[in-house]
Write a protein that binds this ligand. Structure first.
Ligand SMILES: C[S@@+](CC[C@H](N)C(=O)[O-])C[C@H]1O[C@@H](n2cnc3c(N)ncnc32)[C@H](O)[C@@H]1O
Length: 228
């Protein structure tokens, strides 16, 4: 599969591609929405090299880190072991659209920038259905995905495309992502990374995130929280 091969090849460089300010805002948004309790099981879907896996495990959660890319999972596992978190994290190579996880078995699920890399649209829908299936009634999910923001639309940037010719991406509109989550309870879609990079500090970003119509228009990423 193209995505798996491309991610394996990209895995050594992935961590350098995101700035510390981006991580502080996105990872903090997901972790604080999930509020993992000690011993609780949290799935990190499309876990990659562990940007979200490690903060979740540091909070005491048992993390199931799922990804298609074996090389990314190896890096993820090595980081967990080096951080003394190896016993809390299980690494699973699997497709997010066909999860090898029992129905209604998971309390919480987080996912950073996975959904936009799944194609075609029916598979993105299937991935969301899988998230719904594996969560327990009342279970919570928090995810991010590329936003087709106002500034991208103004620049007539394409709706979908690829990074380096082989990593597919799709940009969601806020209402579209909310529609995909329609069968969840109380789905809330906002936007994060709302400000130019030099002003991207968590406190300012949180202020704008609290104003959903503005945040959904301006955010680099959409941020969705919902319950089963
Ligand atoms: C942009 S990276 C994000 C990684 C990590 N969540 C983070 O926030 O740093 C997207 C990840 O999703 C994984 N991925 C893409 N399609 C997938 C699929 N269908 N099933 C499981 N993982 C997938 C890729 O291998 C990659 O590790």
């Amino acid at each position: 599969m193209l995505e798996r091969r491309a991610r394996d090849n990209d895995s050594n460089r992935y961590d350098e591609s995101l700035s510390p300010s981006h991580n502080a805002i996105e990872v903090r948004a997901i972790v604080s929405a999930l509020r993992p309790a000690r011993g609780e099981t949290v799935v990190d879907l499309g876990a990659g090299t562990g940007r979200l896996t490690l903060p979740l495990a540091r909070r005491g959660a048992k993390v199931v880190a799922v990804d298609l890319s074996l090389r990314s999972l190896e890096i993820n596992r090595q980081k967990c072991e080096e951080a003394g978190l190896g016993d809390q994290v299980v690494h699973v190579m699997a497709d997010a659209c066909h999860l090898p996880i029992r129905t209604s078995s998971i309390e919480k699920l987080g996912s950073g920038m996975l959904l936009e890399h799944i194609t075609p649209a029916q598979e993105r829908k299937r991935c969301v259905e899988e998230i719904h299936r594996v969560l327990r009634p009342g279970g919570r999910m928090a995810i991010t995905a590329y936003n087709y923001s106002w500034s991208l639309r103004r620049r007539r940037a394409p709706r979908e495309g690829s990074h380096n010719g082989d990593l597919y991406f799709y940009r969601f509109e806020g209402a579209e992502l909310a529609g995909l989550l329609g069968h969840f309870r109380n789905p809330r879609v906002s936007g994060i990374l709302n400000l130019p990079k030099r002003l991207a500090v968590p406190a300012l970003d949180r202020v704008i995130r609290a104003l959903p119509p503005l945040a959904v228009q301006s955010g680099e990423l959409l941020f969705a929280v919902a319950h089963r």
